[in-house]
Design a protein around this ligand. Structure first.
Ligand code: KPL
Length: 298
């Protein structure tokens, strides 16, 4: 199929950004909204600097009868399983699924539960936040990496998909990219959430920057044991560069806590700690942050 029809599950900032980008670059694109949504189409608006671009996208809900052949998942990590199970009967055999979600551990479970799906993973550094429902500020252009471990040649659908954003590359070593993102998030997200600060303060305040170093050392030891020695060796400079590059951001975990929402801590620090346990590595600092964030989020 040279012109796939993409369905996007998860109409948050990143979901809307990609849905809009897919439509803008000529792919048929449909939003999957919650049960009870009555609109049959919704305007998706992207603001970039002084530019504003709007596309009306068709909408379906899990109660519809569409046959989905290409699915992009951009929900929160903790919503993936319930969201996918709500539309499972609409998914064709060999449906291409891209999981563009924070954290790790979700694709393994999806593959187990839905062996008939063709599942790929992705990670993005695009900066976007909602101004209101389906009205998104595209704050910073980033890079998106899509792949599946060991798949060197991108599948035919990728070329068109990649037109959705400025920089979207195929990554045959996507597991490293996902681990690296998770490792960075293990440091920045819980610290900013616990101290209620923007990312940049982690570098500016001495007591926080020494916590960044201590946490990096623990995450690096676990990364090394998990087979990601390169990431481990570069973790502290990588984290410092992300802090500098996103200094004005409020991390997604801080935003979740501020809005009283569930956080993705179980798929970030929680996942790291499962790996640490498998390798018999003590990780007291991460343990204590996991507890504090779970406590905050109650
Ligand atoms: O990914 C992020 C997040 O907030 O989840 C970082 C890189 C920390 C940027 O804020």
């Amino acid at each position: 199929m040279d012109k796939p029809h993409w369905h996007v599950l998860g109409a948050g900032a990143i979901g809307c950004l990609f849905a809009h980008g897919l439509r803008h670059s000529g792919s048929e694109t449909t939003l999957i909204m919650r049960r009870g949504t009555t609109a049959r189409s919704l305007p998706v608006v992207i603001e970039r600097g002084t530019q504003r671009c709007e596309h009306h996208l068709p909408v379906i809900t899990p109660d519809d009868t569409a046959a989905i052949s290409h699915l992009l998942i951009t929900t929160k990590a903790y919503d993936v399983h319930s969201a996918v199970s709500s539309i499972a009967r609409l998914l064709r055999d060999n449906c291409v699924v891209i999981l563009l979600v924070n954290g790790l551990g979700l694709s393994e479970k999806l593959r187990e539960d839905y062996p008939h799906l063709d599942i790929f993973c992705g990670t993005t550094t695009e900066g976007a936040y909602p101004l209101s429902e389906q009205h998104i500020q595209h704050a910073g252009r980033g890079e998106t990496r899509i792949g599946r471990a060991g798949v060197v040649t991108p599948p035919a659908w990728f070329e068109r998909f990649s037109r959705a954003t400025d920089t979207c590359v195929w990554d045959a070593e996507i597991d490293s990219a996902l681990w690296s993102k998770m490792a960075v998030n293990c440091v920045i997200n819980p610290l900013t959430a616990v101290y209620g600060c923007r990312n940049g303060e982690l570098a500016r305040r001495d007591e926080l920057s020494s916590q960044v170093e201590a946490l990096c050392a623990e995450v690096a030891a676990i990364s090394r044991a998990a087979g990601f020695a390169n990431i481990a060796g570069q973790l502290l400079p990588t984290v410092r560069a992300v802090i500098a590059g996103t200094a004005d951001n409020r991390s997604s975990m801080l935003q979740d806590i501020e809005r009283g929402r569930q956080t993705e801590i179980d798929y970030i620090t929680g996942y790291l700690l499962q790996v640490a346990e498998r390798h018999g590595i003590a990780a007291p600092y991460n343990q204590s942050l996991l507890k504090r964030i779970r406590h905050h989020a109650q």
